[in-house]
Design a protein around this ligand. Structure first.
Ligand code: AMP
Ligand code: GLY
Length: 430
């Protein structure tokens, strides 16, 4: 099979790495890819949102399966366009990707189908939103409706903060039309966990759990980032928790989307808060998480291409996922200054020594290949990942690898996995 992988992050590198292991695969193209993907596949210079360009390429090259990494092309409807032309593509159609593309859609859907989530109100003008805020108790969460590159959620401790968030989103329009509507919802307390499922529109399989580290600094301090590290499984996601999330979230979403006439195919990512009232949904993504995927996929033993093919063809019934019992930890190395301003073009050294490591992998995100050199080209640069006999061992090996990789002004958190270590004796759902 010929495969086209769309995207350029660590998530897409781990997907490429895994897909390359499939005996079904002859050739892999990545659009646009990155420095790491360029070492194992052929990169083509097409933007992930250039749907006409990607379609033309897939037709010319007779691509058998296209895999979409990021949310933007899904929300723009790339799956509908490819399927109309008879091309196989892994991911949800535009109407189903609304679960991520519109928080208003997702909240109304959850409300309709009784899926546990924070109580909320929807506003389409700033005056009504601010009137509501004067009558509210804090903290509260203000969210822009549409895609905002992970920056559209503001946790507000005071009325002033909330008014400011409403102004920025609705008056200054910092997220443009993504802020035409907002959600104001209760602030939930608890620990977060990511539960991903793969669906074919009717059947689904639940993947192993993972936990992200969204803040830039140790101990979850500082501004939010795309994710500074992850581990899988998340000890907090016990068998009982996974079972509850499956019954109360995954199953009703898949059934509800079918009932709405917009079946959900692809990856359903439920961002869950473990509250005193049980698991509640913070958000849905309609794709693999980044960096969660770097921690989950190295543990998957099944052929990923077979699974993705099964999702496209409605054949995920009877599929059983097989997992490496070893936990996996991914430490993100970023450019100094990220998530604010940072410099790029720094040479990365020390990468070659891990080429033959059987349990450690360096997944590239913001990198590019220039001649024989690998240079930094983004905020999150590398996902240094290791399996381990236990979490402690995985953390130790990942950080030993990190210490051997160098680039100017590199930054990483030193506490990835620490939360998992504090919860001993639980090994996910195995
Ligand atoms: P989202 O873009 O909806 O994933 O939200 C980003 C992050 O904001 C989540 O991962 C949580 O850390 C936080 N968040 C979102 N909604 C809430 C909420 N209702 N209560 C507390 N934290 C929230
Ligand atoms: N790591 C969070 C996300 O992929 O949205």
């Amino acid at each position: 099979m010929k495969i086209l992988i769309i995207g350029s992050g660590g998530r897409e590198h781990v997907l490429t790495w895994k897909i390359k292991q499939s005996s079904l695969v002859k050739k892999i193209y990545c659009a646009p890819g990155n420095g790491g993907m360029a070492q194992i596949a052929e990169c083509v210079d097409l933007k992930d949102t250039d749907i006409p360009g990607l379609l033309k390429f897939a037709k010319e090259k007779k691509i058998d399966l296209t895999v979409v990494g990021p949310e933007a092309p899904l929300v723009l409807g790339i799956v509908d366009v490819f399927e109309k032309e008879g091309l196989k593509i892994f991911g949800p159609a535009k109407a189903a990707a609304q679960l991520e593309g519109s928080k208003v859609f997702a909240k109304e859907f959850m409300h309709k189908y009784g899926i546990p989530t924070a109580p909320f109100r929807i506003f389409s003008d700033s005056k009504s939103a601010k009137d509501f805020l004067t009558r509210s108790r804090f903290p509260l969460v203000v969210k822009a409706d549409g895609l905002a590159a992970g920056k559209g959620v503001v946790i507000c401790k005071t009325l002033e903060e909330a008014n400011c968030a409403v102004d920025q989103i609705m008056q200054e329009r910092i997220f443009k039309e993504a802020g035409d509507k907002i959600i104001i919802e209760d602030c939930l307390l608890g620990e977060e966990v990511s539960i991903l499922a793969m669906s074919d529109g009717e059947n689904y399989v639940v993947l192993e759990s993972a936990q992200d580290h969204k803040r830039i600094f140790d101990d979850d301090l500082g501004p939010n980032t795309g994710g500074m590290g992850a581990y899988s499984p998340a000890p907090i996601a016990t068998l009982q928790v996974i079972d509850e999330v499956e019954k109360r979230v995954i199953e009703p979403v898949i059934a509800g989307m079918r009932e709405e006439g917009t079946p959900f195919k692809g990856i359903l990512y439920a961002g869950i808060m473990m509250t005193a009232m049980g698991p509640m949904v913070l958000e849905f993504n309609t794709r693999f998480g980044d960096p969660e995927t770097q921690a989950i996929i190295p543990r998957l033993k099944n052929d990923l291409v077979e699974l993705m093919h099964g999702s496209c063809e409605g054949q995920l019934n009877d599929v059983e996922l097989i997992w490496d019992k070893r936990p996996c930890v991914c430490v993100v190395m970023s450019s100094g200054g990220y998530p604010g301003k940072y410099e790029t073009g720094k040479e990365i050294t020390g990468l070659e020594q891990f080429d033959h490591d059987s349990r450690g992998f360096v997944f590239h995100a913001g990198t590019k290949k220039e001649g024989e050199k690998i240079l930094t080209s983004g905020g999150r640069v590398l996902g240094v990942t290791s399996l381990g006999n236990d979490v402690e061992d995985a953390i130790k090996n990942a950080y030993e690898m990190v210490e051997k990789i160098h680039f100017d002004r590199c930054f990483f958190r030193r506490d990835i996995g620490a939360k998992a270590l504090r919860k001993t004796n639980v090994v996910g759902r195995l």
